[in-house]
Design a protein around this ligand. Structure first.
Ligand code: GLN
Ligand code: ZN
Length: 758
C-alpha cells in the first residue's frame, strides 16, 4: 500500500482569512478569544479539505500564528530576556512581540528560510534555560482527532535544524545546547507516543546543507535518543529543497522513514538511491510533486520516476508526497478566471498538488490504468502550454542566444568611463542621490486605485503622476541633491510594474503566498518567452528630466530580481530565463539612453536570494547572474553612467561578483549590518563608485547631521572619497513626506560638512 502524504498546507487560507484575522487582532478590532476561534476554523477547514482530497497522512502542527520556527522557540520557552515573560504557555502578546516588536522591546531578527522567499523568526538562545511550555504538536493532534476524527501526523522542526538556525551561542556550545534541548524533544515524543500517535514528521532541512562529521554524530545521538525514548512513534525524517548530504549515514539513522526531495536536488537523491540503495527497514517519503513550483505535473513522467524508485524500494514502503511543504505555493487554482486557457490548464497550486499526489499513489498501488483518464489529461495540459505561442517565440530565442554568446562588456574599462562621465556631469566630490522611490502617500495610492477601477482615465492619471514628479523635482532641487530621480509614483511594486509591461508574464487574481508573518505576496508568473514590447519607463523619466538641468537617473529592476521574485517556468533553465529578461531590459536601457537619460540604475536587491544551497553550485549561479546584469547594461556609451542598488546582503562572500557586475556606481543598504559591511571593505578594496546608505529608511525617525557624519566618516576610513556617493539606505516609498524631506536636508548638510574635509 503506497500512502499519500501532505508535508504542510498553506496557512493563509483561500481568501487570506488567516492574514485578515491576524491583522484584525493586531489592530484591536477583534479580541483574543475571537482570534483563536477564527484561526481554529481555518485550521480545521484545512484539515478536512486534505482529508476530502484523499490524503492518508495529514499534517497537524504545520499551522502557525506567525511562523513555525517561532512556534518551536516558544514551545521550548526560549523567550529573550527583553520580553516580559513569567513561564508557562507563552501568551500571544509575548509571541507577537517577539515577531513584530513591542513598545518596550525590539523584534527578533527575521531571515530567509533556506532558498525560499519565506522568512522565519531567528531563535535567540542566549542565557535562557529551555523548558517545555506546552506540547503544541500534541494539542494539534488532539484537536484534529476530537473535532474531525482525523488521525493527524504531527510535524516538528528537528533539533539539528532548530539549533543551526538559532543564534546567540558560540559554535563550541552547540553540544551543550543539544543536551538541553534533546530532553524536551524526548518529552514531546513520549507524550505523543502515549497518546497513540502513529507517524511524526520531523523536518530536518539542514541535512541538505554541508554536514560535518560532528553533525553526523549529533544526528546519530539525536535520533538514537528519540528512538530509545519513544519507540512506539514512527519518525519520518523529512528533508527538502536539495539532495540530502551524507546519504549513507543519514539513511542509516534509527528512524522509520526518510523523506527526500525528488524535484529540487532530485538528480542527486536519485543517484544516491541508485548507488547506495535504500535500507529495507525504512519507508521512503518520495517527494515527487514539486512543492514550490506552480506547474501541473506530467503524471506520466512522475510515474516513470516512481517506477525507477520501486526497483529499489517496493511500493509498500513508499509514501507519495510533495517535495516540500505546500506553504510555498498558493492555495487553489479555482479562483483564477482570467488567465488564458493554456496557462490556466497547466497550473497546480496546493489543492491541485494534493490531488496529483493521491492519483499517483493510486497508480502505484493498483497500476497506471486506474488513472488513465487523468494521465491523458495532465499530458494534454502540459503539452498545450509547451506548444503555446508564448513559449515558442523563435525571434526571442534566437536573439537571446546570439546576445548571450557575446562577451557582455562595456566599451571602455571603468577608469576611462569615470573620466568621461566626470567630464560630462561635473559632479562635486561626494555626490548625493536617492535610491529611486519617494513616499507613496495615501493620495498616490488612491489615484492608482481610481485609475485601475476606471474612474479616472489615462489622461487624468498621467497628469496626477506628472504633478507628483513636478513636486518632487522641485523638492529635490531645493534640498540640494546632485542626482535626481522621478520618484516611481506610477509603480506599486518593482517587479509587478515591469511584468505587466513585458510579454511572457501573467498575473493571478488570488495566487498569494506567505512571505513573512501576515505579509503575503502575489508573485508574477513568467510562463512564456520574455519580450520587450515598448518603452516602459521612458515617458516618466524623460518628463522628469525635462523639468531640471540636473541629471535624472532612470530606474529599472534588474533581471535576477525580477526572476527571483516571480514564479518561473520549469521547462527552460533559470539561466535562460535570466538572459531573456536581460535582453528585454537592455532594450529599455537603450530606449532611456536614446531619450537623453544619461544615468540609469538597474536595481538588483535579490541577487543573493537566488544563491543555491549547495556550495558547489554557487559559483556557477553568480557567474550567470552577473552576466545577466552585464548583458542588460553593457551596450551604453561610456558617458552613460550605470548604477545598481542592493538591499543589505551578506556582502563578504559576494564581493568579487559585485565588482564583476562592473556598475559605475553601486548603492548598498548599510545601517542594519552594524558595521559588518564596512568591515568587509577593510579586507577588500572596492574599485568602482559606491554609496553606502548613510541612514536607515525603515524607521520614521529623522536622523540628525552628526549621525550621518559619523556614517560618512566611518565609510571613508576604508573607501576612496573620489568614488564615494552619499545616499539613504533604500527607496523612500514607505516613508512620510515630512520626515523624508527633513532627513534628506540633513543628509545634504552632512555632505556639505564632509566636502570641507575630504
Ligand atoms: N528603486 C527601488 C526603490 O527605490 C529600489 C527598492 C529596493 O531596493 N527594494 O524603491
Ligand atoms: Zn533597497
Amino acid at each position: 500500500m503506497a500512502y499519500s502524504s501532505s508535508l504542510g498546507y498553506p496557512r493563509i487560507g483561500a481568501n487570506r482569512e488567516w492574514k485578515k484575522a491576524l491583522e484584525a487582532f493586531w489592530s484591536g478590532k477583534i479580541e483574543e478569544a475571537e482570534l483563536h476561534a477564527q484561526l481554529q476554523d481555518i485550521r480545521l477547514n484545512h484539515l478536512s479539505n486534505q482529508r476530502d482530497k484523499g490524503i492518508d497522512l495529514i499534517p497537524v502542527n504545520d499551522f502557525s500564528y506567525y511562523d513555525h520556527v517561532l512556534d518551536t522557540a516558544a514551545m521550548f520557552g526560549m523567550i529573550p530576556e527583553r520580553f516580559e515573560y513569567n513561564g508557562g504557555p507563552v501568551p500571544v502578546s509575548v509571541y507577537f512581540a517577539m515577531a513584530r516588536g513591542s513598545k518596550d522591546a525590539t523584534a527578533c531578527e527575521m531571515t530567509k528560510w533556506f532558498n525560499t522567499n519565506y522568512h522565519y523568526i531567528v531563535p535567540e538562545l542566549g542565557r535562557i534555560t529551555p523548558v517545555l511550555t506546552e506540547n503544541k504538536p500534541l494539542a494539534a493532534y488532539r484537536e484534529a482527532k476530537d473535532k474531525l476524527g482525523i488521525e493527524g501526523k504531527p510535524v516538528i522542526l528537528g533539533p539539528l535544524t532548530f539549533l543551526k538556525l538559532s543564534k546567540g551561542y558560540a559554535a563550541s556550545e552547540t553540544d551543550a545546547w543539544l543536551d538541553r534541548l534533546l530532553p524536551l524533544y524526548v518529552q514531546v515524543l513520549k507524550e505523543l507516543e502515549q497518546e497513540g500517535v502513529n507517524w511524526v514528521q520531523v523536518d530536518e532541512p539542514i541535512l541538505v546543507t554541508k554536514l560535518s562529521d560532528t553533525d553526523v554524530s549529533r544526528l546519530q545521538k539525536i535520533y538514537q535518543t528519540l528512538k530509545a525514548a519513544a519507540p512506539g512513534v514512527k519518525v519520518m525524517l523529512q528533508t527538502y529543497f536539495e539532495a540530502v548530504e551524507r546519504y549513507q549515514e543519514v539513511t542509516q539513522l534509527p528512524v522509520d522513514g526518510i523523506g527526500l526531495d525528488l524535484v529540487h536536488g532530485g538528480a542527486g537523491n536519485r543517484q544516491s538511491i541508485r548507488d547506495f540503495g535504500f535500507p529495507q527497514d525504512k519507508v521512503l517519503g518520495a517527494g515527487v510533486i514539486d512543492g514550490r513550483g506552480i506547474w501541473k505535473a506530467s503524471l506520466r513522467e512522475k510515474l516513470d520516476l516512481l517506477n525507477e524508485i520501486t526497483a529499489t524500494v517496493p511500493s509498500e514502503r513508499l509514501v507519495i508526497q510533495s517535495s516540500c511543504s505546500l506553504l510555498h505555493v498558493p492555495v487553489t487554482v479555482q479562483a483564477e478566471t482570467k488567465l488564458q486557457p493554456e496557462l490556466l490548464g497547466a497550473l497546480a497550486f496546493a489543492d491541485e498538488k494534493l490531488e496529483e499526489i493521491v492519483l499517483l499513489s493510486k497508480a502505484v498501488q493498483s497500476g497506471a490504468s486506474v488513472i488513465s483518464a487523468e494521465l491523458e489529461k495532465s499530458e494534454a495540459a502540459v503539452t498545450a502550454l509547451k506548444r503555446s505561442g508564448e513559449r515558442n517565440r523563435t525571434d526571442i530565442q534566437q536573439a537571446v542566444a546570439a546576445v548571450s554568446a557575446e562577451p557582455a562588456q562595456r566599451e571602455a574599462a571603468f577608469a576611462k568611463r569615470l573620466d568621461v562621465q566626470q567630464e560630462r556631469w561635473q559632479l562635486p566630490i561626494l555626490p548625493t542621490t536617492t535610491i529611486g522611490s519617494f513616499p507613496q502617500s495615501a493620495e498616490v495610492r488612491k489615484a492608482r486605485q481610481l485609475w485601475r477601477k476606471g474612474e479616472w482615465n489615462a489622461e487624468q492619471y498621467t497628469n496626477f503622476i506628472r504633478e507628483q514628479i513636478d513636486l518632487w523635482i522641485q523638492l529635490q532641487e531645493e534640498i540640494g541633491l546632485d542626482v535626481l530621480v522621478h520618484g516611481e509614483f506610477e509603480r506599486t511594486d518593482m517587479v509587478e510594474f515591469f511584468g505587466e509591461k513585458l510579454a511572457g508574464f501573467a498575473f493571478t487574481q488570488n495566487g498569494w503566498v506567505q512571505s513573512y508573518g501576515s505579509r503575503c505576496v502575489k508573485p508574477p508568473i513568467i510562463f512564456g518567452d520574455v519580450a520587450w514590447e515598448k518603452p516602459m519607463t521612458v515617458k516618466e523619466t524623460a518628463y522628469a528630466q525635462s523639468k531640471t538641468k540636473l541629471p535624472v537617473k532612470g530606474m529599472l529592476t534588474g533581471p535576477i530580481t525580477i526572476m527571483n521574485w516571480s514564479f518561473v517556468r520549469d521547462d527552460i533553465s533559470r539561466e535562460q530565463i535570466a538572459y531573456q529578461l536581460a535582453y528585454a531590459l537592455r532594450q529599455e536601457v537603450e530606449a532611456l539612453e536614446s531619450a537623453g537619460i544619461g544615468m540609469i540604475q538597474v536595481d538588483e536587491p535579490a541577487v543573493r536570494e537566488g544563491l543555491p544551497l549547495k556550495e558547489q553550485d554557487q559559483k556557477g549561479y553568480l557567474e550567470w547572474a552577473v552576466k545577466a546584469f552585464r548583458l542588460t547594461t553593457c551596450t551604453v556609451q561610456n558617458s552613460t553612467q550605470i548604477h545598481t542598488h542592493m538591499c543589505y546582503c551578506e556582502f563578504h562572500d559576494m564581493i568579487d561578483s559585485i565588482i564583476d557586475m562592473d556598475a559605475d556606481v553601486i548603492s548598498i543598504e548599510t545601517s542594519r549590518s552594524h558595521g559588518e559591511l564596512i568591515q568587509s571593505f577593510e579586507e577588500n578594496t572596492y574599485p568602482l563608485g559606491i554609496g553606502l546608505g548613510v541612514y536607515d529608511i525603515h524607521s520614521p525617525r529623522v536622523p540628525d547631521v552628526e549621525e550621518m557624519t559619523r556614517m560618512i566618516d566611518r565609510a571613508l576610513r576604508v573607501l576612496d572619497p573620489k568614488l564615494f556617493w552619499i545616499n539613504p539606505d533604500c527607496g523612500l516609498k514607505t516613508r512620510g513626506i515630512g520626515e523624508t524631506v527633513a532627513s534628506l536636508r540633513n543628509m545634504v548638510e552632512a555632505t556639505r560638512l564632509a566636502r570641507e574635509k575630504y
